[in-house]
Write a protein that binds this ligand. Sequence first.
Ligand SMILES: Cc1cc2nc3c(=O)[nH]c(=O)nc-3n(C[C@H](O)[C@H](O)[C@H](O)COP(=O)(O)OP(=O)(O)OC[C@H]3O[C@@H](n4cnc5c(N)ncnc54)[C@H](O)[C@@H]3O)c2cc1C
Length: 501
Amino acid sequence: MYKSFRVLGGVLLAAALLASCAGAAGGPGPALDADVIVVGSGLAGHGAVYGALEKGARVLLIEKNDKLGGTSLTSTGTFSAAGTRMQKEKGIVDSVQLHIDDINRIGHGKADQALLRKFAEEAPGVWEWFVDNGLAPNPAGPVIDPVHSPYSVPRTMTPLKNSANEYVRVMAEKAKEKYGERLSALVNTKVVGLLVEKGRVVGVRATSPEGERLYRAKAVILATGGYGSNRDMIKKYSPRYAEYRTVTPPWATGEGIEMAAAAGAALVNMDYLVGYFGGMPKAADHYAIGFGDLTSGFADRWKGEIWVDVNGKRFVNEDDGDEDPRETAIDKIRDGKILIVFDQGILEANGGKTPLRDFDARLAQGYAVKKADTPEALAAAFGINPQGLRETIDAVSAASAQGQADAFGKTSGMAFTKGPYYGVLCYGTIFMTQGGIKVDTQLRALGKDGKPVLGLYAAGESMGTTQWGGHGYAGGTGVAPAIVFGLDAGREAAQFAKTGR
Ligand SMILES: Cc1cc2nc3c(=O)[nH]c(=O)nc-3n(C[C@H](O)[C@H](O)[C@H](O)COP(=O)(O)OP(=O)(O)OC[C@H]3O[C@@H](n4cnc5c(N)ncnc54)[C@H](O)[C@@H]3O)c2cc1C
């Protein structure tokens, strides 16, 4: 699929571009390498490329990895939109306003309302465009996404092949078919700075195995993704999440966000992260984790286990069908550090198996999973408050024996009846990052004075999910906004390149 673009490494393509562009410029002054440079080739980058091509721009896509696709290469493909044909065919009544209301409920009203509305209004048309242009949808959709705080109606779709790269495939194929001659792409080329002249962003500085060089354009779009894999950035901007774990890919290092800030752009919501429950490290310094390290299956498939903080105290109804109260509660716990606790009786009541992959191996390893003969000994093994844990277990057992709802309204609690006692250590886990480059509805990066940084645009996770989603995470709102805002940024940047406005 990537052969759809002229994807070459480093200098070879650069030379080709310079030759053609210098000829086109036909006069003194630095040659333009493109009208629009798009940095980053994930969903937002591909959207930006397509949007800019549609509007007639010559586009240069720059990607630091050796292949295109960004996080779409590792991400599933849920996409939420209201009022789609698929909903109508299944008699699901939905509206843009209901989508906005749901996101505001889940995101606690903290989204930028103009950006949220723009996303919700444009998402259905973008989804239909994919279906009309070669994306095979899973006919089971739309659904209420079971792994995130539920919408009020089913509005989440996935491609039949549940990979976010399906959207990249379609955009890349269409870009080649319709506009291929105006698009070039560099891989193995890392943008390390923005060129700023007279207050305008006019290009980028990039390094490749062949060395460093400048690329000039009339507009630059930062579609560089988030910073979930850059622990130093998390410590710098939001130290209370320093021990969070991450399932983001290693290239999610956020330098686009830092570059934008250095060029005068304002950053928003950098102090906030959603800690999806939960990640189980193999060792204290085991930061990047895989899906096999997630403990979230407990929430969906188990009964009776309790979650406690370092004081041995519970903090939420573990069996709540809604993710948001759990994520909100975890946000109040430093680093989202949690111990999942159950005993032999609860284990047996759940069929003798936990949802954790490699439970026995992890128990034998003795880092994140441990067992002990008493609650006090278990607490001591994990360095949490022994008396607090004992009191919590006694209270849960008493409420269960009396058939009462416990202090968190949970009616499905189970008594602890026999040892040994098991503990599973986990931390809040990052899927996407919530802070990023502040933009307006034209996807222009905004300075601290609220005015656009001329020539600079951002889209996707580089703008931080909070701008469209608020404080929380509604299902299918990573992929869809990245594409929607990528397309918009491409169109806006092309317009700016053409008219200066
Ligand atoms: C495991 C996982 C599953 C997910 N599942 C879903 C889901 O089902 N539904 C959903 O809605 N969301 C999901 N998400 C979130 C969603 O996939 C991402 O938010 C989205 O793909 C981000 O797209 P993006 O284009 O903004 O950034 P990315 O895809 O991260 O792209 C950024 C690109 O920029 C490149 N880059 C960065 N810096 C530079 C530089 N200096 N120079 C050159 N290139 C650079 C990177 O290499 C990368 O290719 C998931 C995320 C993960 C990690």
